[in-house]
Design a protein around this ligand. Structure first.
Ligand SMILES: [Ca+2]
Ligand SMILES: [Ca+2]
Length: 119
């Protein structure tokens, strides 16, 4: 039972860390890890989600889809994979462009809330 509790605590700590949207210190039971996570969709980490992020994803996708080597960092890949399917592709770019259009026409939601509605 104690082992199960420790595992659940570690899983809960991981979820807490995964939900952090800016530089933060995540502290678990037995270790502490400093993580910096860009907001999902903000591939170039300029604190905006716009067409430039979508362009980066499409450029990356065009290289990787023909067997090229990814130019993204791990952090960029995480930010680019908007729908969480493990790939940065045209679908993710489409979500970003849809959100950019939404915001540009007066929409007022976070990207996360916008994406939830899209699912
Ligand atoms: Ca950006
Ligand atoms: Ca994806």
């Amino acid at each position: 039972m104690e082992r199960l509790t420790r595992i659940l605590t570690a899983v809960a700590a991981a979820f807490l860390c995964a939900g952090v949207s800016e530089a933060a210190r995540c502290i678990g039971n037995e270790e502490s890890v400093t993580v910096t996570v860009a907001a999902s969709g903000d591939v170039n980490a300029d604190e905006m989600i716009d067409a430039r992020d979508a362009t980066l994803i499409l450029e990356e996708y065009s290289v990787v889809s023909i067997g090229g080597v990814s130019g993204f960092t791990v952090k960029q890949l995480e930010s680019a994979d908007v729908n969480g399917d493990g790939k940065a592709d045209s679908i993710d770019a489409s979500y970003i462009l849809s959100y950019y259009s939404f915001i540009s026409t007066g929409g007022n939601k976070t990207f996360t809330d916008f994406i939830k509605k899209e699912y």
